[in-house]
Design a protein around this ligand. Structure first.
Ligand SMILES: Nc1nc2c(ncn2[C@@H]2O[C@H](COP(=O)(O)OP(=O)(O)O)[C@@H](O)[C@H]2O)c(=O)[nH]1
Ligand SMILES: [Mg+2]
Length: 307
C-alpha cells in the first residue's frame, strides 16, 4: 500500500483482492492506478500497478484466444467425427439417460427440467467403431443449437409419448439430409398390449423407430444397431505385414476404391502404395493381391504394400 492512501484507493485495492475473474481484477487495478497518490515517493508503486495491468491484459487476450480454440461456447469445440448422432427431444424424455446407457459419458440425470445446459458428448463404441453422440440442451432452452442438428448424420428423436413426435419433426423439417430414428423411451412403463399398439402406430407412419428403456436396457442393442446402420458407412480394418489386423476400423462411405482407402489412411504417402493384400468379403481368397482400382467392402482387412 502507498504512503497516505486515499479512501478510494483502499476501496479499489479491497475490490482487487475480492475479484473473482481477471476482468474484475483488471477493473480494480485500473481504479487503483487512478486513485493511488501521485507524488514522487509513490512512483515505483504506480509503476508496479502499471506492470500488473499490462500482464493481466496480455493474459486476458491469451485466454480468449485459447478459449475460442477449445470452444467454451455451447456449440464450438464439437469436432464432428466420421459418425455423429444428435439426441433431440423434450426435457425429461430421457436423452441424458440414453447417452449414459449407450456411451462412455456420465451426464447428470434429474427428474426436473433443463438439466442439460451445455452439449454433452459421448462415444458409442460399436464393434470398434467410435460413434459420436451429442446430447443437446432441450429444444425449449436458449442454448439449443440448431447448427449441430442441421449438420449431423443422424437425429435421434427421443419421446415418451407418441404426440411428441410431430412437433419435433416440425422443428427439423428443413433438414433433408440427416437420417432420423425415433426412440420411444420408458417402454418399461407400458404393458405388452400398449407396446404393440405403439409399434403399430409408428410402423404405419413409416418411421424408423425403436422402443427402449434405459431402466431395463430393453431395446438398447437394437438402438445401437440402428444408429450404426443409419450412417451407411463401411468398416475397413488395416493390417501390417505379419501382424494382426487393427481393432479400430477406418470408416468410409460405401464402395470406396483401395486408392481412396489408402488416401484416407496414408494421406500424402498414398502415392507410394502400389497394391494391397486383402482378406474379406470383397475378394476371392485370403491375402489376395489386388490393385488400387479394386472396390472394397464392409469388414475387409487391407494390408497396403509399398514399392
Ligand atoms: N421409467 C423410466 N424412466 C426413465 C427412463 N429413462 C429415463 N427415465 C427418467 O426420466 C427422467 C428424465 O431423464 P433424463 O435422462 O434426465 O431426461 P432428459 O431431460 O431428456 O435428459 C429421469 O427421472 C429418469 O430417471 C426409462 O427408460 N424408464
Ligand atoms: Mg438431459
Amino acid at each position: 500500500m502507498p504512503i497516505n492512501p486515499t479512501y478510494e484507493y483502499i476501496n479499489a485495492e479491497t475490490e482487487y483482492h475480492k475479484a473473482q475473474t481477471d476482468t474484475e481484477r483488471l477493473k480494480s487495478l485500473e481504479k487503483m492506478l487512478r486513485t493511488a497518490p501521485a507524488h514522487k515517493g509513490s512512483e515505483k508503486f504506480r509503476g508496479d500497478i502499471r506492470l500488473k495491468i499490462k500482464k493481466l491484459k496480455e493474459k486476458i487476450i491469451k485466454d480468449k484466444k485459447l478459449g475460442s480454440k477449445k470452444g467454451h461456447g455451447p456449440s464450438q469445440g464439437i469436432k464432428k467425427q466420421d459418425m455423429q448422432a444428435v439426441l433431440l427431444g423434450l426435457t425429461n424424455s430421457g436423452k441424458s439417460s440414453i447417452l449414459k446407457s449407450i456411451t462412455n459419458a456420465n451426464p447428470k440425470i434429474a427428474s426436473y427440467g433443463f438439466t442439460t445446459s451445455q452439449p454433452k458428448i459421448g462415444t458409442l463404441n460399436y464393434n470398434g467403431c467410435n460413434i459420436q453422440i451429442i446430447d443437446l440442451p432441450p429444444i425449449a432452452s436458449e442454448n439449443f443449437e440448431q447448427g449441430i442438428v442441421n449438420n449431423t448424420d443422424t437425429i435421434l428423436i427421443v419421446v415418451e409419448k407418441l404426440h411428441e413426435i410431430k412437433p419435433i419433426l416440425e422443428t427439423i423439417k428443413k433438414n433433408k439430409t440427416s437420417k432420423k430414428i425415433i426412440i420411444f423411451n420408458k417402454i418399461d412403463l407400458y404393458d405388452e398390449n400398449t407396446k404393440r399398439k405403439i409399434k403399430e402406430t409408428l410402423k404405419s407412419k413409416r418411421h424408423n423407430f425403436v422402443l427402449v428403456s434405459t431402466n431395463t436396457d430393453e431395446g438398447l442393442k437394437e438402438l445401437k444397431d440402428k444408429i450404426f446402420d443409419s450412417f451407411d458407412k463401411i468398416r475397413i480394418y488395416t493390417k501390417h505385414s505379419g501382424k494382426k489386423a487393427d481393432k479400430i476400423p477406418i470408416i468410409l462411405p460405401p464402395n470406396p476404391t483401395l486408392k481412396e482407402v489408402a488416401e484416407k489412411i496414408l494421406h500424402g504417402y498414398s502415392k507410394k502404395v502400389k497394391f494391397a493384400k486383402i482378406t474379406g468379403p470383397s475378394c476371392k481368397f485370403p491375402n489376395q493381391k489386388i490393385g488400387l482400382k479394386h472396390i472394397v467392402k464392409d469388414k475387409d482387412i487391407v494390408e497396403f504394400i509399398t514399392d
